[in-house]
Design a binder for this molecule. Structure first.
Ligand code: ATP
Ligand code: MG
Length: 467
């Protein structure tokens, strides 16, 4: 009790005893009348966590994306809390909590079905003389930070963040915003500004270049010119980022609801090279570009309508034209159509897996969607019925519609399948019977069987014989 009281009186909003540094900076405190955010805007778990920590004598704030989104009038995805209590101190206060992470220790506090992530204010480990830290202690040879787990003051915690708008603290108990870096002004001006020297901050963590592009599109903000300028030159640094981290950021970007705008922006800044090997080649091809644009637009619409989006479907779409190219090469070399398709799929996935661009867990879905494409042209006999029964039919069908829309296959195919799905059993039988072209194709196939094998390697259109 005495400890709590002492904390409350002397230590409110100062670093915990375990902090390695102190801070003299005074934040700009913005009151509720000005910023308009109340404690009702945050979820009950985050409110409980911050108020309990404050009652225990610690400082505690909602931080990062949530504070930013509230000020922009958006609904935050989640509420992260930052405090001067150490992970052990947080853990001791909340019965339903656990410490996670070994290097970067955080506490997950559970209330009902909700979980709030609580992090202790962290200090700066930026490579720079003013920090007294040498490059070899915390960074690789390109300046990329390898350690960022030292506790620090609240101000230092603000400074180690990426953009000024992400470094705002909201105290739900007092309904105040604490701002050390003019982030509030930047929010009002809808400006994304890197904290500190942009070149140094991008070198420390090249993923920030992707984040700035994603957040600009998602939040409808302008990138400050000084923060945008070095991106083109520093783009190659992304090659040093561990692939799994790159993948996570790319997935966030592709599922942000603003994927198309992001990809266009990435490309204009030269950030797409080597990032998604699929984008390197495909965006240069007119048909590929159209297909990808449609796939991304489609994904964006689904995300905005809060419909589920399958990353596997999206990757299948992004790589489809790579598959077609590999398929054509194999056919030209004399391979049979369907084995050639399967080999082509493996070729493309081997490149992606090799670069660790796409983890293997998505392979099965992608392969199924691709392998089902030739089956859509089989519109006679029992084949359409069998296809309809396939557990992955819906995804493969949506994929085929994208191919129609992009002009790769005839729109008539999509219309037929649309009608076929909604038709009664009787109507379906009639649709099959009416399909004269199928019969013609079958006749010509039996004719061709007796002559030389036909390999029309120039066409991407999949025909019935390819089944
Ligand atoms: P989103 O709404 O997409 O989740 P976010 O800003 O909340 O955006 P998170 O990845 O959830 O993004 O990160 C939470 C906070 O952590 C950020 O607001 C920022 O303050 C900080 N942060 C995240 N990534 C970095 C980074 N690469 N460098 C510095 N600070 C970062
Ligand atoms: Mg977030």
């Amino acid at each position: 009790m005495i400890r709590k009281l002492l904390h409350r009186v002397f230590n409110r909003n100062t670093p915990a005893s375990t902090s390695t540094r102190s801070s003299s900076a005074v934040p700009h405190v913005i009151r509720r009348e000005q910023h308009g955010i109340t404690r009702d805007h945050i979820n009950s778990c985050a409110l409980k966590v911050t108020s309990t920590l404050q009652e225990a004598g610690y400082s505690a704030f909602v931080v990062g994306g949530a504070a930013r989104d509230l000020l922009l009038g958006l609904v935050p995805k989640d509420f992260d809390v930052a405090t001067n209590a150490t992970p052990e101190e947080v853990r001791a206060i909340f019965r339903r909590s656990r410490i996670i992470g070994r290097r970067f220790r955080l506490v997950h506090v559970m209330c009902g079905a909700e979980t709030v992530e609580v992090s202790t204010f962290r200090g700066s480990t930026s490579v720079g003389e003013e920090d007294g830290i040498t490059a070899d202690t915390h960074a690789d040879e390109h300046g990329r930070l390898l350690r960022d787990n030292i506790f620090g003051s609240q101000e230092e915690d603000a400074r180690r963040r990426d953009f000024t708008v992400n470094a705002l603290f909201f105290d739900p108990v007092h309904e105040e915003i604490w701002d050390y870096l003019s982030g509030y002004e930047d929010i009002k001006a809808r400006r994304l500004r890197v904290i500190g020297d942009p070149v140094r901050r991008y070198r420390e963590d090249p993923v920030r270049m992707l984040r700035v592009v994603r957040l600009a599109a998602k939040l409808d903000m302008q990138i400050d010119p000084d923060s945008a300028a070095p991106i083109g030159d520093l783009a190659p640094l992304l090659r040093n980022v561990p692939p799994s981290r790159l993948f996570d950021e790319m997935l966030k970007l592709l599922l942000s609801g603003h994927a198309l705008a992001c990809v266009i922006d990435l490309r204009s800044r030269g950030l797409h090279h080597g990032l998604l090997p699929m984008l390197d080649v495909i965006l240069e091809q007119p048909l590929g570009e159209r297909f990808i644009t449609l796939a991304l637009k489609n994904t964006d619409e689904r995300v905005r309508q809060e419909k589920p989006v399958s990353p596997g479907f999206l990757f299948a779409a992004l790589l489809w034209h790579e598959v077609i190219a590999a398929w054509n090469i194999r056919q030209t070399a004399g391979e049979k159509l369907i084995p050639a398709l399967h080999q082509a799929m493996d070729d493309v996935l081997a490149v992606q897996n090799g670069n660790l661009a796409i983890p293997r867990r998505y392979d099965a879905v992608m392969k199924e969607i691709w392998a089902m494409q030739p089956r859509f042209t089989g519109r006679s006999g029992r084949r359409p019925f069998r296809l309809l029964e396939h557990p992955r039919f819906r995804a493969a069908y949506d994929f085929m519609l994208l191919r129609c829309e992009s002009g790769e296959v005839d729109e008539e195919l999509g219309n037929w399948w649309k009608a076929f799905q909604h038709a009664s059993t009787r109507e379906r039988e009639d649709m099959l019977l009416k399909d004269e072209t199928q019969k013609k194709r079958r006749r010509s196939r039996s004719r061709r069987k007796s002559t030389a094998t036909d390999k029309d390697s120039t066409s991407n259109a999949v025909t019935d014989e390819q089944e």
